[in-house]
Design a protein around this ligand. Structure first.
Ligand SMILES: [Zn+2]
Length: 484
């Protein structure tokens, strides 16, 4: 069956006035691909759509690269998914290091949570309630219209458009064809979820939340606080409320539903508190403000809260290159809580940042043995091996990373560095190309492959990989250009 390419569609949009254009669209408005769930795109296309969306996000916003934060958000997300109504659906959770209050669900199960949203949550259950709501948008297939548009325009175009809408940015790279199509209203491209969508995401999300042992009451509480903060503080409406409009009736419905669950206490995990502390330091524009935040908390609240404040103060010291101070704080915390990976990792990091590589390696080695499944620690261990000039060993550790971690952009970046250190420049360029591609910069990916091809003494196998990757990147770039 005929499927229009982006270019023919763009041309038809430009050449025909509106009524004919609508007729033209209607003519081709037949689902040419269908699966049992009645969607217009296949699971393979949805995967491609999701990957294009995630790559594009990298080029537009700052995706968190801290592996410890990544591990945390992924663990909460997967806990929720396991208790959702689609436990087998692929999901990828990540943090966007932006202060705007936002969270969003993209195609292929890519769910982003802004650091700004994490910081304004008061409990872990509040964070989980937002994530449960986003997961429900995916499992209930509320992105159907975007998927439909992807079948008509091109996947890169719709991925870029969707990213721009969800981030609330006016992207200069947003496809011209897409703009025309959307403005003309000929493509039903709606991402402001309908009231029914929102109601359903709340309902389904709350079941997931409760099933995962988080507090159902946190959902109405958080949404209400969000709504009030924008109403009274005179601040701009958080992006989250723009794409997920919160109404009084939505809050009261959600509250009514939450009340049907028995009341009990839901303590926050230490991981939640430590992650928040780290995000607070990493995203700070004024470190003295963060210091003012943690200082009084050193002597207030529960033992756990005071410990988190000490960790926060240690991170401030580390960030400000006050290594002696950081060393003292993290030594004490590690001795007191030897089972807590974050404290020991911060101690190892202090040695790494202060270029005390022998100590750093000793510490990471011990940590890798103590926490063999912790990818964040392994990644830092690899970095310290590289800095200590042990590239071959770094390469061995890198191959032992789990498949999930091998999908992260940092994986390619480290591989490129390792091969650079081993003086194998063709491979180094090749992996740097993968890094650029993963972060939405296909032009530089192409450049790196060309540099690799110019290297001397390429063997047949590597040559053919290089030309295959070059063709692939060129096709991707052409497709993206076509829709621009
Ligand atoms: Zn929503």
């Amino acid at each position: 069956m005929f499927k229009p390419s982006a270019i023919t569609l763009a041309l038809s949009l430009i050449l025909f006035p509106a009524p004919q254009r609508a007729a033209e669209i209607n003519k081709i408005d037949l689902p040419d691909i269908g699966d049992s769930s009645g969607t217009l795109i296949t699971p393979a296309e949805e995967k491609e759509f999701g990957e294009a969306f995630f790559r594009y996000l990298h080029s537009q916003t700052s995706i968190n690269e801290d592996a410890e934060i990544q591990e945390y958000i992924q663990s909460i997300g997967q806990k929720l998914v396991a208790n959702s109504d689609a436990p087998g659906h692929p999901f990828h959770f990540f943090v966007v290091m932006e202060n705007d209050i936002n969270a969003f669900a993209g195609p292929g199960g890519y769910i982003g949570v802004n650091s700004g949203l994490i910081l304004i949550t008061e409990t872990e259950s509040e964070l989980a309630s937002v994530m449960g709501h986003e997961i429900a948008h995916i499992t209930q297939r509320h992105l159907f219209r975007a998927a439909e548009a992807a079948g008509r325009l091109s996947i890169p175009t719709v991925a870029a458009t969707l990213a721009a809408i969800l981030l609330g940015t006016q992207s200069p790279a947003l496809g011209q064809a897409a703009i025309i199509a959307i403005q003309a209203g000929s493509v039903q491209f709606q991402i402001d979820f309908t009231r029914e969508n929102e109601e359903e995401a709340d309902r389904v999300g709350m079941q997931t939340l409760a099933g995962s042992q988080f507090d159902p009451r946190s959902m109405p509480a958080f949404f209400e606080r969000l709504q009030q903060s924008s109403r009274y503080s005179g601040q701009a409406v958080p992006e989250f409320l723009r794409t997920h409009p919160v109404t009084a009736s939505r809050i009261s419905d959600t509250r009514g539903r939450a009340e049907t669950y028995p009341y009990k206490q839901y303590p926050d995990s230490l991981g939640y508190q430590l992650t928040k502390a780290k995000i607070r330091v990493l995203t700070a524009t004024d470190m003295s403000e963060v210091q003012k935040y943690f200082q009084p908390r050193l002597t207030q609240g529960t033992t756990e809260q005071r410990t988190v404040a000490r960790y926060g103060m240690g991170l401030i010291a580390l960030n400000g290159q006050k290594y002696k101070e950081a060393e003292t704080v993290f030594q004490q915390l590690t001795q007191q809580y030897p089972e807590q990976s974050q404290y020991a990792a911060a101690l190892a990091r202090t040695a790494l940042d202060s270029r005390n590589y022998t100590t750093a390696l000793e510490r990471y080695q011990k940590l890798v043995n103590q926490f063999p499944n912790n990818a964040a620690i392994k990644l830092e261990y690899i970095t310290s091996l590289l800095k200590a000039g042990k590239a071959e060993q770094a390469r061995k550790v890198l191959t032992s990373l789990n498949p999930e971690t091998q999908q992260l952009a940092i994986y390619w970046e480290l591989l490129a560095q390792i091969y650079g250190s081993l003086n194998r420049l063709a491979e180094s360029h090749r992996y740097l190309a993968e890094y650029y591609f993963a972060t939405g910069d296909t032009e530089n990916a192409i450049l790196q492959i060309r540099l690799a091809q110019r290297s001397k003494g390429l063997n047949f196998q590597l040559s053919s990989i290089l030309s295959e990757r070059l063709n692939f990147f060129l096709t991707q770039e052409q497709e993206a250009r076509r829709s621009r």
